[in-house]
Design a protein around this ligand. Sequence first.
Ligand SMILES: [Zn+2]
Length: 271
Amino acid sequence: MQMVADQSNIFLESPLWKKRFPNLTAIFTTKNGGISSGHFSTLNTGLHVQDHQEDVIHNRRAVAKSSGWDLNKWIFADQIHGTRVVKVTARHAGMGTESYNEAVKAADGLWTFDQGLGLSLGFADCVPIYFAEPETGFAGVAHAGWKGSVQNIAGEMIRQADEAGVCIDKIHVMVGPSIGKCCYTVDHKVISQLPGEVSQSPGIYEQTGTDQYKLDLPELNRKLLQSAGVKDEHILLSEMCTSCHEDLFFSHRRDQGKTGRMSAVIGWREE
Ligand SMILES: [Zn+2]
C-alpha cells in the first residue's frame, strides 16, 4: 500500500482509506510546502525542536487548511516515548496547537469518539499508527518508536478501544511512513526487549554484525496488532522509509538529530 501526496505535496494519504472512509481524514505531512529554514526546511510541524514558533504555527495552519480543517479543532500531545494512551473529547480541541506547554501531557497515543477533531502527533522516523472504526466513530493515533513498539502501545490502543465498546474485529489500522528495516540498525539492548509473543516471528529482525541488528518496526507493529486481535486484512503498511525518502521526509537518524517533525493527523469530519 502506498500513501500518495495531495496536489500541494504538503501531505500524504492512502487512496484506499480515502475510498473506504470518505468522512475520515488520515494524513501524514511531508517536509515540503512550509516556511521553516535550515534543518527545519521547510514544513516542520514540531514546536519542541528549536525552530521559530511562529513558523511552526504557520506551517501547521497550512497543513490544516490544505486538508480542509481549522487548526483550532486539532489536538497535539507532549510525547515521551511511553505507552500512555489518552481519550480526548471536544473539550480538548485546540490543545497544543500553538504552544507545546498546552499539549496533552505525557501521551504517545490519542483517541476519540467525537467527530470534528484532528488528533495529531509528531514524527521523524518513529512509527505513526492510525486507527479507525466507522460504526462507533472511533479514531486514534499512536507514536511508536522502538520503545513504544516493544512496550506495545499499539496493543494498548486496541485494549482501550475494546474496553470502550469498539469491536476489535471492525478496527482498521494503517502504519504510516517510518524508518524501515533498510536503515534501522539497533543493538542487543533493543532486540532483548522484543515482546515474547513476537520475538521469534520471522522477518522482524536480522543480525548483521556483532551486536548489530536490522529491526523492522512496521512489521513488529503489524505482529502486535494481529496478536491484539486486529484482522490481518484490516492492517495496511505504507512501506515507505523516512530515511530513504530524503525528498519527502525529515529523519532523526539520517539528519543526526537536527531535523524537523512530520505530523500524523486523524479525525472524522463533522457530517
Ligand atoms: Zn530506508
